[in-house]
Write a protein that binds this ligand. Structure first.
Ligand SMILES: O=P(O)(O)OC[C@H]1O[C@](O)(COP(=O)(O)O)[C@@H](O)[C@@H]1O
Ligand SMILES: [Mg+2]
Ligand SMILES: [Mg+2]
Length: 313
């Protein structure tokens, strides 16, 4: 029994998407049991980027790696692995994954997720991922929240599936997620305000100005701390998200990683009618220079993303 309704999934990619969904459903059960199972938020080590790894980061990585091996994935690039792993030397795909996004929210019962990006496999493992983000053939996220859901694009719109607790399968909820052009909400980690660049500060001040300022409308503020949750809210009701570069050491290119966070979210957002840039340049025209390289990310409703780009000129 497949883990997802197969009707709109391209046939050749089906084994990969099905493996992602089966693992997502399994993780959803583990997350729902929370402290009744093992301690999911316990620190267990450090990944190559120097981030602390929690037990659930490592468990998710192991489950996805095992499930994707028989599904036609040749190259597997994970946030939790320093180098690209070869899963099936005959496989056709290169898959990058953030197995568990929003790790700081694991123990507090706030939405966390999984993000993935798929390219055709090239001969060279690492080179399969160091190419323009526009060459992705699929991208998506699974959100583990009040509902477990999958947003996915195959390059022809962004589809939404919900894990139906009654059947244990992901069923289609929307064939075309569509992001409103105008925004009424913005998201940025405001505790970093003193480190921001002038254009970012100018944009936030415009938002704060509300009806008295140049925007002429009030803007609400939200920060969850899980990119997946933030992206899902913005795909559903519009808004803007910024994780820009700032003056902190190590944040010259922001915080989020190009290959398994920034590129897939950009693909999903653009396929839903929004825009994604590094502040100025469309993400889909950029490529990572190294597997775990970071990239500033601004995305959301097109009017707002265009305004932020103008402030950078
Ligand atoms: O700690 P901050 O600055 O609030 O950053 C939050 C961001 O970091 C992340 O948690 C990074 O992802 P991981 O949890 O996969 O490392 C994003 O989900 C989120 O948008
Ligand atoms: Mg992440
Ligand atoms: Mg992660």
């Amino acid at each position: 029994m497949p883990a997802i309704d197969p009707a709109l999934v391209p046939e050749d990619l089906f084994p990969v998407i099905d493996a992602l969904c089966a693992t997502g459903a399994q993780l959803s059960g583990v997350i729902a049991r929370g402290p009744l199972g093992q301690s999911l938020g316990a620190g267990v080590g450090e990944n190559s980027d120097g981030d602390q790894q929690k037990a659930l980061d490592v468990m998710a990585d192991e489950l996805f790696e095992a499930a994707l091996k028989p599904a036609g994935v040749r190259h597997y690039a994970s946030e939790e692995q320093e180098v690209v792993l070869t899963l099936d030397p005959e496989g056709a795909y290169a898959l990058a994954i953030d197995p568990l996004d929003g790790s700081s929210n694991i123990d507090v019962n706030v939405t966390i997720g999984t993000i993935f990006s798929i390219f055709q496999a090239a001969e060279d493992a690492t080179a399969s991922f160091l190419r323009p983000a526009s060459e992705q053939i699929a991208a998506g996220y699974i959100a583990y929240g009040p509902q477990t859901l999958l947003a996915v694009t195959f390059g022809a719109g962004t589809l939404l599936y919900v894990l139906d607790p009654e059947t244990g399968r992901f069923s289609l909820a929307s064939e075309a997620m569509s992001l409103p052009e105008a925004a009424r909400e913005y998201s940025i980690n405001a505790s970093n305000r003193r480190h921001w660049t002038a254009p970012v500060l100018a944009y936030v001040e415009e938002c704060e100005g509300g009806t008295q300022g140049s925007k002429g409308k009030d803007m609400n503020f939200r920060w969850v701390g899980s990119l997946v949750a933030e992206t899902h809210r913005i795909l559903t009701r519009g808004g803007t998200f910024l994780y820009p570069s700032d003056a902190r050491k190590g944040y010259e290119k922001g915080r989020l990683r190009m290959v398994y966070e920034v590129a897939p979210m950009a693909f999903l957002v653009e396929q839903a009618g929004g825009q994604a840039t590094d502040g100025k340049t469309p993400i889909l025209s950029l490529q990572a220079g190294a597997l775990h390289e970071r990239c500033p990310l601004v995305f959301g409703s097109s009017e707002e993303v265009a305004r932020i780009a103008a402030l950078h000129d």
